[in-house]
Design a protein around this ligand. Structure first.
Ligand code: SF4
Length: 402
């Protein structure tokens, strides 16, 4: 079986599991079936092996082997169609290409506990939104949450599944990826990696995690990290200065700069640490990549951050704007990136970015973008037109109705 002949086949359900913030289990982070009632959970009664061998996972595997489309995989199909290398196609980077059912790749969301409320994020993955959802009708309607919804309960913010991953279930793991909320605010995450140290497994494991780089890490975390075979550390940085403060609301750019530089020093001192930046491309930051890349290059020696793209909410995705606006963005981007010495021959990340902008669907969520942005600006006392004047000018030329 391979991913070229069978466009709906993927190795993830055979080799990997992703435990979401509420402890439910899906095959990977791209899989879009959060809240399905058929999901199984990892908790004190149901082990990670039970979830991995559940009827839900077996159904997915059977569908894929039969070449049937799996609804939860639409994001990968969309990227495949637009010429972007999807996780489906890139699975061999992390796991063996076999349909033998064995868990070697664990992904886990640390919970909803996060100190930020980024524009493209939501209360289902960040507790940073809770106050706004409780106090603003727009927010509670937009996210379809009642102010007393149990998801907003402080008790439900950390993923306790870490506590229930036993030694024998960790034995064959080769790769662990931890995402947020904010992993470094989870005491359970720290406890689990300390256990991996104690069990002697850390030396076999590449641990990848993302941090919002908005606070300094604890010393005991740093010493636990130093024992792993490899640490792939991603700092989530989408822009610099005021633009960063706006997109990653709740953060302070001066602090982020300082913390990012400290992580850089940690990576210089610990050879098992590979530092990278992950930039999530949305309509807000797409015109400001040159200044960001100049900053990452100067301070972190990273020329090209890893890129991911906002798909949800679709009205913040660059791909949701009409072809004419995307062509203007492309022209500006190509010129600026060429000035930095980037082109498709030298950088797959450049190709990924340009492909995404060139080949995605032609829908138009412009009015929804304005409605959401203006309303959140009012709540946060911000003004996107001031923070992103070039974007405002570009969009004003596009629709005179702003
Ligand atoms: S096709 Fe994509 S979304 Fe589906 S399981 Fe594979 S990596 Fe995940």
């Amino acid at each position: 079986m391979n991913t070229t002949d069978n466009k709906f086949f993927c190795f993830y359900p055979f080799r990997a599991i992703d435990i979401l913030a509420d402890s439910s289990a899906v095959p990977c982070c791209r899989f879009d079936e959060r809240f399905s009632e058929n999901l199984s959970y990892v908790n004190d009664k149901n082990s990670i092996s039970d979830a991995f061998n559940s009827e839900y996972f077996n159904n997915l595997r059977n569908k894929m082997l039969a070449g049937e489309k799996v609804n939860g995989c639409w994001k990968c199909y969309k990227e495949d169609d637009s010429g972007v290398k999807s996780m489906r196609v890139g699975a061999n980077q992390y796991m063996q290409e076999t349909t033998e059912i064995d868990l070697e790749y664990l992904e886990i969301e640390s919970g909803r506990f996060c100190n930020l409320k980024c524009r493209s994020c939501s209360p289902t993955v960040s507790s940073g939104f809770h106050k706004e959802v409780k106090s603003s009708n727009f927010m509670s309607n937009h996210f379809r949450l009642e102010p007393n919804d149990e998801i907003l309960d402080p008790k439900n913010q950390l993923n306790k599944s870490f506590l229930y991953i036993a030694k024998e279930q960790s034995q064959k793991l080769k790769y662990i990826k931890v995402t947020g909320g904010e992993p470094l605010l989870s005491e359970y995450f720290l406890e689990y990696i300390q256990k991996l140290n104690k069990w002697g497994f850390s030396k076999n494991i590449t641990l990848q995690f993302y941090t919002n780089s908005s606070f300094l890490p604890k010393q005991k975390l740093l010493s636990a990290l130093s024992k792993f075979k490899q640490i792939d550390l991603f700092l989530s940085i989408d822009a610099i200065g005021k633009k960063s403060n706006y997109i990653r609301s709740g953060s302070d750019w001066n602090t982020m700069e300082n913390v990012a530089k400290q992580w850089y020093n940690f990576s210089v001192d610990n050879k098992n640490v590979i530092l990278d930046v992950n930039t999530t491309i949305s309509i807000y930051n797409v015109l400001y990549l040159k200044e960001l890349f100049n900053w990452t290059n100067e301070h972190l020696k990273i020329k090209w951050p890893a890129l991911s793209f906002v798909h949800n909410p679709s009205f913040l995705s660059v791909s949701s704007f009409g072809v004419d606006i995307r062509n203007k963005i492309l022209k500006i981007l190509k010129k600026e990136l060429n000035e930095l010495g980037f082109n498709s021959d030298k950088s797959p990340r450049y190709k990924k970015l340009i492909n995404f902008l060139e080949n995605t669907e032609n829908s138009d969520k412009f009015l929804k973008f304005i409605e959401f942005t203006d309303n959140v600006d009012k709540i946060r006392n911000e003004d996107w037109k001031v923070i992103f004047p070039e974007l405002y000018r570009l969009l004003t030329g596009y629709k005179n109705s702003i």
